[in-house]
Design a protein around this ligand. Sequence first.
Ligand code: EPU
Length: 337
Amino acid sequence: MVIKKNISLKAYNTFGIDVKASRFVSIASLYELKQLLNSEKDFFLISGGSNLLLTRDIERLVVHINIQGISIDHEEENTVDLTVNGGENWHEFVLWCISENYGGLENLSLIPGNVGTSPIQNIGAYGVEVKDCITKVEALEIATNKLVSFSNEACNFGYRNSIFKNEVKGKYILTSVSFRLTTKNHQLTTSYGAIENELAVQKIKIPTLKNISDAIIRIRKSKLPDPKEIGNSGSFFKNPVISKKQFLRLQKENPSIPNYPVSETEIKVPAGWLVEQSGFKGKRFGDAGVHEKQALVLVNYGSATGIEIFQLAEKIQQTVFKKFEIALEIEVNVVAS
Ligand code: EPU
């Protein structure tokens, strides 16, 4: 465990924001992490850096969680239980599951980030959320240096939400995630329109896990920027939920507004549509911009600062509010200290 000084964090956040850490340490095992916690309690955690907007240099010790490893805990006739350490790359883990014929996570192909942060915002795409397969999350309690286990229920998962973003925020370091996946009779989720179209284009009638993963990779590549080429953090805003009353008012003026009923009285509308209708899709302000194919994604074309991206987000929020009276909530973690 080596503490380095004055390290650029550009390679550690998918937005590619070039801020500095005055001290930086990469942690490769639970043992190292426990040792570190004996002497350091005030630090800034970074893992895959895929849901993060850094707006200034970090004066605290930056701790990069890089604990690798997958273990098979238990097998039943139709299922397998796995525990995956937090520093494993999410997409590589999903591809490994597909190569082993383990089903459940294929719709979450190509999501950037690491396994250890996947439960925090309950990553989701194409009709599946990671909570559907999680059995347990293990985390180190910073105050006591003790390993604590959270059952799926205790994680309090919601849409892009969990206990780790709320009640226990900042109190734990997630070290591993356990999953139950299927080994036979996979329950495939193909109802999402874009997947059905993609499978039809490929003339696939009875899809395998790999067919679904490949379809999703193609869909994502066609509209989401690859962070290795253009810095971004995926969806920058959450899809807002509004009252049915407000929705019906909006629909009168905008008959084409896409919508997903959430309950009898509430409707979810896509933030990407709201941002596009507000004129921002494909717009560029210096090196900060709104992606040309998906208005929900803010991008860094090279040397945008975190503050420039944040100011663009504020401008979008204000314009959307003026036009639709909907307050867009930022989904990415904005780090200001
Ligand atoms: N839309 C527009 N303009 C745009 C973008 C979208 O009009 O620029 C409209 C689309 O036409 C469609 C609707 O909005 O009718 C929904 O678009 P899409 O299917 O692309 O999904 P989304 O709601 O924009 C969510 C997730 C994505 C996830 C996709 C697919 C959130 C905040 N985002 O996006 O997650 O990949 O569904 O399931 O829930 C992420 O979190 O980083 C992420 C990429």
